[in-house]
Ligand binder design. Sequence first.
Ligand SMILES: CC(C)(COP(=O)(O)OP(=O)(O)OC[C@H]1O[C@@H](n2cnc3c(N)ncnc32)[C@H](O)[C@@H]1OP(=O)(O)O)[C@@H](O)C(=O)NCCC(=O)NCCS
Length: 162
Amino acid sequence: MLQINKLPEEKWDDFKSLRLEALQKDPLAFGSSYTEEIEFTEDIWKNRLQNTLFAIQENKLIGMVSFLVNQKSKLNHTAEIYGVYVKYEFRNKKIGKQLIETAINLIRQNRTIKKIKLVVSAIQESAVNLYIQLGFEIVGTLKNELKVDDNFYDALVMEKIF
Ligand SMILES: CC(C)(COP(=O)(O)OP(=O)(O)OC[C@H]1O[C@@H](n2cnc3c(N)ncnc32)[C@H](O)[C@@H]1OP(=O)(O)O)[C@@H](O)C(=O)NCCC(=O)NCCS
């Protein structure tokens, strides 16, 4: 059975493994890189864990999404979604959709939130389609936003307004 949940702090190493796998297998999907994050300390992973929801099946992590609510007074009606990943062998089973829907529902428990924004590599078509299906709109393009192996990639800014 699939569960969507946060993880207790002591499971930080499982999160680290999944995140490093994501950075290695889908380098064009993320603004960060494996070589940067392999250096992260235990405290950094534990801290990041607090903003992350996981898809869990038979005690194994198979997907994740991170989100945060901006704390600044002029921005505290906005939230952000990032770090979305589903393991290859579990794709196309609506796990990504369930992860994002759960994140949206949690974010919306805070009634002051009026929009969720995200940035996604234009080349990650599955992710772009997933966000569109869940009501996000493309509101802009960041040209050559990502550089991987000396190649440049555009990123899309997307948002969902309530
Ligand atoms: C994007 C990602 C999370 C989708 O996860 P998933 O569990 O396979 O997606 P789902 O099964 O929930 O699919 C939901 C919708 O997403 C879109 N989608 C998913 N896979 C797709 C594919 N291969 N091609 C086109 N659209 C796709 C479709 O709209 C789909 O709805 P449909 O099945 O009714 O057509 C997954 O492909 C992934 O981890 N990609 C690499 C990391 C990434 O790009 N992250 C985004 C960072 S911002």
